[in-house]
Design a protein around this ligand. Sequence first.
Ligand code: PMP
Ligand code: GLU
Length: 394
Amino acid sequence: MNQLSDRINNLATSATLAMAAKARELRAEGKDIIGLSLGEPDFNTPDFIKDAAIEAINQNYNSYTPVDGYVELKEAIITKFKRDNNLNYTLPQVVVSTGAKQSLANIAAVMLNPGDEVILPCPYWVSYSDIVKLSDGVPVEVQTSIDTDFKMTAEQLEAAITPKTKMIWYSSPCNPSGSVYSKAELRALADVLKKHPNIYIVSDEIYEHINFKGGHFSMAEFEDMFDRTITVNGVSKAFAMTGWRIGYIGAPDWIARACNKMQGQITSGANCIAQRAVITALEADPSSIKYMVDEFKERRSLILNLLSEIDGFKTNEPEGAFYVFPNISSYFGKTIKGKTINNASDFSLFLLEEALVATVTGEAFGNKDCIRISYAASQKEIIEAIKRIKTALS
Ligand code: PMP
Ligand code: GLU
């Protein structure tokens, strides 16, 4: 008999992590899988950050930290928010967590009551909907399409709002579409939200620095949105520090206090060595990571060019992050190599089995017609992967 709680039984497995695990499994069986499923930079953490961690160990940073993070780290975060985002947060408004994923889980836990609705423009980052459900919230998906560059319009937002709407969560640059909301687009959404003062906003800016056109804008920069916005960020992507597990928020005091209380009961705060290293990372000028952004930009051109040579892949031009999100629905209903492809999950599985390339189905991101391909891989791997996909489909 299944003795587990309804909570865990109803929770979906993270599709990105599941695909990465499956790729690992197949590799262990001797299959030559190219992993384009996980959103994880393939660079090493920069040496100046590693050195800071080694120094922290040698200086005996080994005790519990303040639950919401070392004051020096929170000060570095405040300086970063001011320097990069023109945002003025104060110490009580900043909370450091075990990855931006935990920041998001804290927010859901402290903001949502059963039945509260959270608007998620689709495609959204894989974990949003299950994090919301875990806190008894109700995800409300708003479908966008490649024709609007996968961005939600003000009209769509307006139409999705009900008396139960509590929050809206989005990422910009977006995982998985790579879309970046401009200041004007965010203002149009803010104008709608202005009419609904009880709706709070999660602006997930973890890909802020991986932006190929420049001009990152934070919702909290609008004065009339500052008190209603939780700005989420972290070091996983920009500094190639996924395994270090540090994320953070800037938020209204009362929300930050609640997140602090929450993690005081569940984690006691983030890892002390990683926190010390992140002080150094955030104090560095963003130009210190430009070599990675430049390389991602080259890979974006490469993969877009290669995909344009395959029939049936329709892509937008991602402006940030390191994903392409092609619409592959023209393959639905077709049988290739004896395998019938009825949906994006079938297609992604087909690519894994027949091309030995791991991708993620768009269904995990609330979109049934697309798959996500991560180009956080070497150019050599990208070239080989797309060659294999082309061969398998031809
Ligand atoms: N938000 C988005 C949009 C992401 O892609 C990720 C990926 N890991 C996260 C949050 C969580 O990041 P982390 O927990 O590694 O800080
Ligand atoms: N955010 C990355 C991704 O979307 C890492 C995996 C995860 O945290 O789920 O692939």
